[in-house]
Design a protein around this ligand. Structure first.
Ligand code: PLP
Length: 387
């Protein structure tokens, strides 16, 4: 019997499990059921008006052709200035590569450093696509368990112990998805040192950097020039659907990334790039800072409520818009727990399974990407359900 061609690598690429849950929730909503959505990993706010206006103006003035593969020079320079203004760190605009979201950046970076069979270290739980991107380039993702004891981050010792001859890189995210935890500066510096001693690469995903609620946060570029730092206009800047992000690369990799970007993307969306220029205007930043304050208020409401209800959240998430919660008091099957919660109480959350294989059955992720009234209603429903 003949079979259709099929790439073996697809066996290793999983969908987002929460999408099934979301599809069921949408079907129930179509039948008139009300749902409180606490599973969605994007801001509920629409793109700030000055950014939308800049996008429209770009389209109307004929900015509809390709840009250079590494991005508009003006945007690369503006991003470079952003590092100086926000972090006091000088970044040569020549190291800035504009990409189709952080997703495009992750693919470019991994493609230029990983050979088939080589290993990339990352935390478990962690952002699920990282594992899949490594598999896409036929590398081997090595997931290392992290827990509240180390703020859900890899330590230098863990990295050193796990490093083998075939290891080429470590991926970090700060604040992280699904935990919202920042990497302490000291840990970050020591991981960078350990990897430098082994001649490997450090990739730091700073996509949630704008959404940090307590202390000031420093970019990994303040500690080393020799790291890949990934960021995006998606989360803090509210442009998820425009598909635009960036990466700061060590200079020796820029040419390869440029070549690859030419081949796989040609360039990021041109109107999105012009729109993104408006992200750094004072007026836009004022809107974004107000939104950050709203996210902080939501976290400050939701976190104590979840703890009061009996969810185990041992450390306070400092950023992003997630609370990663132990649900072991209620269930040892987070998937089933999430399904029942949706069906019986009309609250949608993400089961741990999406984030790795370390204790996923006793963890769920709550996202506070919905209005305060919805969060209040969600907590009421949760309380009734758990009772
Ligand atoms: C940690 C992390 N990195 C990268 C991404 C991808 O973001 P985008 O491609 O929209 O910039 C996400 C999206 O949820 C994320 O959570």
């Amino acid at each position: 019997m003949s079979t259709r061609p099929r790439a073996a690598r697809m066996k290793n690429i999983e969908p987002f499990h929460v999408m099934d849950l979301l599809a069921q929730a949408r079907a129930l909503e179509a039948q008139g059921r009300s749902m409180v959505h606490m599973e969605i990993g994007e801001p509920d706010f629409v793109t700030p008006e000055p950014v939308v206006d800049a996008g429209i103006a770009a389209l109307q003035s004929g900015k509809t052709h390709y840009t250079p593969a590494v991005g508009l020079q003006a945007l690369r320079e503006r991003i470079s200035r952003f590092y100086l203004d926000r972090y006091g760190v000088e970044v040569d605009a020549g190291r800035v590569i504009v990409t189709p979201g952080a997703s495009g950046a992750l693919q470019l970076v991994l493609s230029v450093i990983v050979n088939p069979g080589q290993q990339v270290l990352m935390s478990d739980p962690g952002y699920p696509c990282n594992r899949h991107f490594v598999r896409l380039v036929e590398g081997v993702p090595v997931t290392l368990p992290v827990d509240a004891g180390n703020d859900y981050h890899l330590t230098a010792d863990q990295v050193a112990d796990a490093w083998q001859a075939a290891t080429v890189a470590v991926m970090l995210a700060s604040p992280a998805n699904p935990t919202g935890m920042l990497i302490p500066d000291k840990t970050l510096k020591s991981v960078i040192d350990v990897v430098a001693q082994r001649n490997g690469c450090v990739i730091v995903d700073e996509i949630y950097h704008g959404l940090v609620y307590d202390d000031a946060v420093q970019t990994a570029l303040a500690f080393s020039d020799d790291v890949f730092v990934i960021n995006s206009f998606s989360k803090y800047f509210g442009m998820t659907g425009w598909r635009i992000g960036w990466v700061i690369a060590p200079p020796e990799y820029v040419r390869d990334m440029d070549k690859l970007a030419q081949n796989i993307f040609l360039a990021a969306s041109t109107p999105a790039q012009y729109a993104a220029l408006a992200c750094f205007e004072k007026e836009t930043l004022a809107i974004l800072e107000q939104r950050r304050e709203v996210f902080k208020q939501r976290r400050d409401f939701l976190l104590p409520q979840l703890r009061r209800l009996g969810f185990d959240i041992p450390v306070t998430p400092q950023g992003a818009f997630y609370c990663y919660a132990g649900c072991q008091s209620f269930s040892k099957d987070s998937d089933r727990f999430a399904r029942e919660l949706m069906q019986e109480a009309g609250v949608v959350i993400t089961p741990g399974l999406d984030f790795g294989s370390y204790q996923p059955q006793t963890h769920v992720r709550f996202a506070y990407t919905t209005a305060m009234e919805q969060l209040e209603e969600g907590v009421r429903r949760l309380e009734a359900f758990l009772a």
